[in-house]
Design a protein. Structure first.
Length: 396
């Protein structure tokens, strides 16, 4: 057995004893020596490593590298890339998991990616915000000091998941996440298998009193079902469709009894309102993503009109779009956040909306009482609920 393999095996044993959460999950990966790669990688089934790289690491750094690869699996990154560019997705994945690894008390090799603004965000959220010309997110240099990585144009690519990692350590923007193989489900390492394994590992570690707070939070979030905000918003909007009683269409059920009663039928959808928090908490990428979803919903439901209001601590403007008219967002504002002016203005309209969709981070002043119409909060802050109405997270 090579010295490098011995070090990897010894590191896994140490994790089992001292960090059972990572230790149990690391045992799911087959360890394979791979001199063709500069550092280490995983595809959800194997943990590949370059022996020279492993020999260059201290014991503590090797523990961090193994935990780094395990966390990619725990977050399902090898199943979540879709058609995203490989290198850029890897950078986003590293930015998503490195804060968790460090918060759990592990050490990563020099050059790891770590940007405070991405802490707690999903890989998809981070990917959408990485500059195309600098996919390191501003921290891809060997010392994590913001050097640009070369050869990344950010364009859609059919690049193989075996792409090189530019000699960077895992966590430094290299391609250490490969897409999961399509033909190895029989080994018990599918995406759902990993999700179940994460929960089991967390419960076992917690029972031994050896689950750091950072991992406890991660495990709780991992078990929370991801709700597609667009589907949830469409369902909510459909429920706002006007169901009205009309004397023009009698209820035939009661005609035989001589009773002429109105029938309940869906005539059309009344106005809908969109309020946008312009205090600075909603960035352009989020606004663009939300606009695409909102337009799709309006195209499908065809409300009589759509109000779009812009508010921070005050309501600045309300734009009105009639049925089938394309919605255009033109934000204005930039102060603090108070939800009361915008909500109050919606109730004072001559033709008030049947429901309000409010895009915000939920950090602001709420009215003492909920408005008379239903409110759906499209939140940019995960795991936070508004005091009234329904909350859906835009986190993807």
């Amino acid at each position: 057995m090579s010295t490098a393999r011995q070090k990897v095996i010894a590191a896994r044993v140490a994790l089992i004893l001292d960090s059972p959460f990572f230790g149990a999950l690391a045992l799911r990966l087959a360890v394979v020596e791979d001199p063709s790669r500069e550092t280490a990688w995983t595809d959800g089934h194997r943990l590949g490593y370059n022996p020279t790289f492993v020999d260059s690491l201290t014991h503590d750094e090797l523990l961090g590298v193994i935990c780094h690869e395990v966390m990619h699996c725990a977050q399902g990154h090898m199943w979540r890339r879709d058609n995203r560019e490989m290198k850029r997705f890897n950078v986003a994945a590293d930015l998503a998991i490195n804060p968790i690894i460090l918060a759990a008390g592990f050490k990563l090799p020099s050059g790891r990616l770590l940007e405070p603004q991405y802490k707690g965000k999903s890989v998809e959220w981070i990917y959408d915000r990485l500059p195309v010309s600098d996919q390191s997110g501003g921290g891809g240099g060997k010392g994590g000091g913001g050097g640009k990585q070369k050869g990344q144009d950010g364009s859609p690519s059919s690049e193989s998941s075996d792409a090189g990692d530019d000699g960077q350590a895992p966590g430094a923007g290299g391609c250490d996440v490969r897409d999961a193989p399509a033909d190895t489900a029989a080994d018990g390492n599918t995406e759902s298998d990993w999700q179940q394994a994460v929960q089991q590992a967390a419960m076992a570690a917690k029972a031994r009193g050896m689950l750091p707070a950072a991992l406890d939070r991660f495990a709780k979030e991992a078990v929370t079902p991801r709700v597609d905000w667009l589907s949830a918003t469409l369902r909510w909007a459909q429920e706002r469709a006007r169901d009205d009683y009309s004397w023009a269409r009698p209820n035939h059920r009661y005609l035989a009894s001589g009773l002429y009663l109105p029938a309940l039928y869906s005539q059309s959808m009344g106005p809908l309102a969109i309020l946008i928090d312009t205090s600075g908490s909603v960035d352009q990428a989020t606004l663009d993503h939300f606009h695409g979803g909102a337009q799709a919903i309006m195209d499908q439901l065809r409300p009589r009109r759509v109000y779009v209001g812009y508010a921070d601590a005050a309501l600045h403007r309300i734009d009105t779009f009639e049925r089938d008219e394309p919605i255009v967002f033109k934000p204005v504002g930039g102060g603090g956040t108070d939800f009361r002016p915008g909500l109050a203005a919606m109730e004072q309209l001559d033709d008030p909306p049947v429901g309000i969709i409010y895009l915000t981070d939920l950090q602001g002043g709420f009215p003492a009482q909920a408005p008379s119409m239903p409110v759906l909060w499209a939140s940019t802050t995960p795991n936070v609920q508004a005091p009234f109405g329904e909350t859906v997270s835009l986190e993807r």
